[in-house]
Design a binder for this molecule. Structure first.
Ligand SMILES: NC(=O)c1ccc[n+]([C@@H]2O[C@H](COP(=O)([O-])OP(=O)(O)OC[C@H]3O[C@@H](n4cnc5c(N)ncnc54)[C@H](O)[C@@H]3O)[C@@H](O)[C@H]2O)c1
Length: 296
């Protein structure tokens, strides 16, 4: 999609972090924006901020885990603007803990939002986007966690691997159907946002029963550290729009330790080696050592 001017963007998880930055960027590109989020007050604030210059920004309180709410989000967006050209499936939550200690509700909450939230939006928006015969674009927010595997974050990694796979399937499906809708999967590195307080949005029906061998705090501390000097959400939004403009599917960081780790995983796959654990701060700083692995 080469020109966004006058077109319509729907962004889930738009009240904070990457979603809010995507909204700001969409307005800067001359788009009309529908901002959806489960958090009502921050959503109203974000919409007011993003629309302060007079751009049309419509906040719609939406829990992406609810098929009914996502359906009415799509109805509202099409009723208001007649078309949706850019769908950013960005809402996401994070939960740490070992694969066996995470509770049933831990797993289900993460998958409800990160995986079923995306599936719900695809089901509600793609048929309408196809029927409108307008040029369309879908950006699904996965993560470098979708291309790597770290200990004590199994539910999150698994959900983000699922988003990569769903996006790849969607890309093929739309192409087979001859639809004028392109897809990108956004795989950010560490980004300064509110992700480390994702449990603020955890519903009572999926309450945290606190089963944990202590790793949750270790991961939370590591994430807090990673946030210091991390990439800004605005830079991720800029990268996303550049990719959409170029119709580039994989939206990845440049020379970042997480890119090395993804290549390292693919090298293990290629060589039928057992997964090697390398933490981001153990990634070789020597460019030739990195290049050997990254040539996979
Ligand atoms: N921050 C990072 O380091 C990082 C890295 C890679 C990928 N991501 C991904 O980026 C996306 C955005 O996260 P962020 O980092 O901006 O965090 P954030 O917490 O700042 O923003 C996430 C937004 O999603 C909303 N949300 C949560 N549950 C929802 C639901 N059920 N329905 C609708 N909205 C809901 C939250 O209210 C919040 O506004 C997520 O998918 C996350 O997994 C983040």
């Amino acid at each position: 999609m080469h020109d966004f001017t006058g077109r319509v963007a729907v962004i889930t998880g738009g009240a904070s972090g990457i979603g809010k930055a995507l909204g700001e960027r969409a307005v800067a590109e001359g788009m009309k924006v529908v901002l959806a989020d489960v958090e009502e007050a921050p959503l109203a604030l974000a919409a007011a901020e993003i629309g302060a210059g007079g751009a049309p920004v419509l906040p719609v309180v939406t829990d992406v885990t609810s098929t009914a709410q996502v359906e009415s989000l799509a109805e509202r967006a099409f009723a208001e603007y007649g078309q949706v050209n850019l769908l950013c499936n960005n809402a996401g939550v994070f939960c740490a803990g070992s694969a066996w200690e995470c509770s049933d509700d831990d797993w289900r909450w993460v998958f409800d939002v990160n995986v079923f939230g995306v599936a719900n939006c695809l089901r509600a928006f793609i048929p309408r986007m196809i029927a409108s015969s307008q040029q369309g674009y879908v950006i699904n927010t996965s993560s470098m966690a979708g291309l790597t595997s770290m200990p004590f974050v199994a539910a999150y990694h698994a959900s983000k691997h699922a988003v990569v796979a769903m996006s790849e399937c969607l890309h093929h499906e739309l192409s087979f159907k001859g639809a004028d809708i392109r897809v990108s999967v956004l795989c950010p590195e560490a980004v300064t946002t509110n992700i480390n307080s994702a449990s603020r949005n955890r519903p009572a029906s999926r309450a945290d029963i606190g089963v944990d061998g202590g790793e949750r705090q270790v991961v939370a501390d590591a994430m807090d550290q990673a946030m210091v000097g991390a990439t800004s959400a605005a830079a991720i939004a800029e990268r996303s729009f550049e990719a959409a403009r170029a119709e580039r599917f994989y939206v990845l960081p440049g020379d970042d330790p997480w890119v090395y780790l993804a290549h390292r995983r693919m090298a293990d796959l290629r060589d039928r080696e057992n997964p090697a654990f390398v933490s981001p701060d153990q990634v070789p700083t020597d460019p030739s050592a990195r290049a050997r692995v990254q040539s996979v």
